[in-house]
Design a protein around this ligand. Structure first.
Ligand SMILES: Cc1ncc(COP(=O)(O)O)c(C=O)c1O
Length: 474
């Protein structure tokens, strides 16, 4: 029997044993050839055999992935259909109550879109932190006034260039996380009473800023796969004086959708036609499962005067560093910079120094490669577990990046009650209503999949599923 056949059998056994679950990427040919002590061409032949057998599939410029079983995948939710009416945002104080109640060491945090420590590059980051304390301690004790630390802006500029948005360091403003970037962006372009168009459902942190600034949200129908509906947005622009549209085009939170490039171009054109400002939150942009990073909406803004780009390292390196950034159009830069200064003087210096060092030397690309594969596997594991434990007919999104999924349950189920019950049992979920300005989506849940798979996690999902099965829809 040829050697490649043996290797194919071994890989097949690994797949069957769950070493490489459905959706996972196989190690590269070089790694496999070292692992099995055979030549690269033998590995290539083995992979071809497995591909012919329908067990793995090649993805362009990305390698081989374990095929998902042909079994039925849960249906994704249908596109949302909110009323096209601007409204004040209400009910967001609930989010802090839920977060505080769940913020305990042993809690299974299914409710927070926060990566558990094993998903973060902790060792390399600790090395960078120790290094900058040792070598630059005095600098770390000083303010890094806006626009922020030059070497960090230089590193971010490099990364933005790679993502398809060439931006010079001097056009980057460092912020305290993406949340502050969104807040500064909104404050730069709108005032109390103005209308802000948002995806529906959308990230509650955005709704909180809109609420705290006394602005009105206009929820726009949104497709879980492709994002905000452009015809609906245009209709809204015809009807209402919309000051800005704030959205998450790449792997949105909570739906996980990815806006196709053609839509990004149309949106940029629409913004130009209506002189609309677009606030792009690209915090999940580096976490796509395909090797090619999706382009930011910002890169489609040819004249550079429509899009305010916002992001941070909270989903990829560490949320506690509280470092993010924004790229306002040049005409708004000074305004945003001054607002940043009067709000809290500066972003913390030590995390900026550490991040600049980490981005230069810490293996960020390698970390991203590993973590993206791991998130793809996590989403698969969660989707399978939902199939096992949740009521038949539960709809589940199928994001191609990021680490959150959105579930739609039978109408009448009150997921806020379920969330409160979960807190008493040591785990959290995010009830759907916090993702809407007017508490829609009461029968929906967002789950974070950035948690290691443990018996405790499986039992939390089992318990959650059993409550949902018992819940009589009204
Ligand atoms: C879409 C989105 N934007 C912004 C934030 C806030 O990010 P940061 O921690 O960088 O302020 C989050 C965090 O959950 C998020 O999911």
């Amino acid at each position: 029997m040829p050697l490649y056949h043996d290797i194919a059998t071994k890989i097949r056994e690994h797949i069957a044993a769950g070493v490489y679950p459905p959706g996972a990427r196989l190690p590269g040919v070089r790694r496999l050839s070292q692992q099995f002590g055979v030549s690269i061409s033998t590995v290539v032949q083995a992979q071809q055999q497995l591909e012919n057998a329908g067990l793995i599939e090649a993805r362009p410029r990305s390698g081989y992935y374990v095929r998902r079983p042909k079994g039925p995948q849960p249906d994704p939710p249908a596109p949302s259909q909110p009323d096209l009416e601007p409204t004040p945002v209400t009910g967001q104080a609930l989010v802090l109550q839920l977060a505080q109640a769940a913020n305990q060491p042993d809690f299974v945090q299914l409710g927070a879109a926060v990566p558990e420590a094993s998903f973060l590059p902790m060792r390399a980051l600790q090395r960078s932190l120790a290094k900058v304390v040792r070598l630059q301690g005095t600098r770390a004790a000083d303010y890094a006034f806006p626009p922020g630390l030059a070497e960090l802006r230089h590193q971010i500029s490099r990364r933005m260039y790679l993502s398809g948005s060439p931006v010079k360091p001097e056009h980057i403003l460092i912020t305290n996380g993406c949340q502050e970037a969104i807040s500064l962006a909104l404050r730069s372009v709108a005032k109390a009473g103005d209308i802000i168009a948002v995806e529906s459902p959308t990230f509650y942190g955005l709704l909180q800023v809109i609420e705290s600034l006394g602005m009105n949200a206009l929820e726009i129908p949104t497709d879980p796969r492709t994002g905000i509906s452009l015809p609906a947005l245009e209709l809204a622009l015809e009807k209402w004086p919309v000051a800005a549209c704030a959205l998450i085009p790449n792997f949105s939170n909570p739906l996980g959708g990815q806006m196709p490039d053609a839509h990004k171009q149309q949106l940029a054109d629409l913004a130009k036609r209506y002189r609309l400002k677009l606030i792009e939150d690209d915090i999940y942009g580096d976490l796509g499962f395909n090797r090619e990073r999706p382009r930011p909406l910002h890169s489609f803004d040819a004249e550079g005067d429509s899009v305010i780009y916002c992001s941070s390292f909270s989903k990829t390196i560490a949320q506690g560093l509280r470092v993010g950034w924004m790229v306002p159009p040049e005409s708004l830069f000074e305004e945003a910079e001054y607002l940043k200064y009067v709000t809290n003087l500066a972003a913390p210096t030590l995390p900026q120094l550490a991040l600049a060092d980490f981005l230069a030397h810490g293996g960020y690309e390698r970390h991203l490669r590993q973590i993206k594969d791991r998130y793809a596997q996590q989403l698969e594991l969660f989707t399978q577990a939902i199939g096992r434990h949740f009521p038949a007919g539960t709809k589940v999104t199928q994001p191609q990046g990021g680490f959150v999924i959105w579930l739609e349950l039978a109408k009448g189920i009150d997921t806020l009650q379920i969330a409160q019950r979960a807190l008493k049992r040591g785990f959290s979920i995010a009830p759907g209503q916090i993702f809407s300005a007017t508490q829609k989506y009461r029968n929906c849940i967002r789950l974070s999949c950035a948690l290691p798979w443990t018996a405790r996690l499986e039992s939390a999902l089992h318990e959650l599923g059993s409550w949902l099965k018992a819940e009589p829809p009204s």
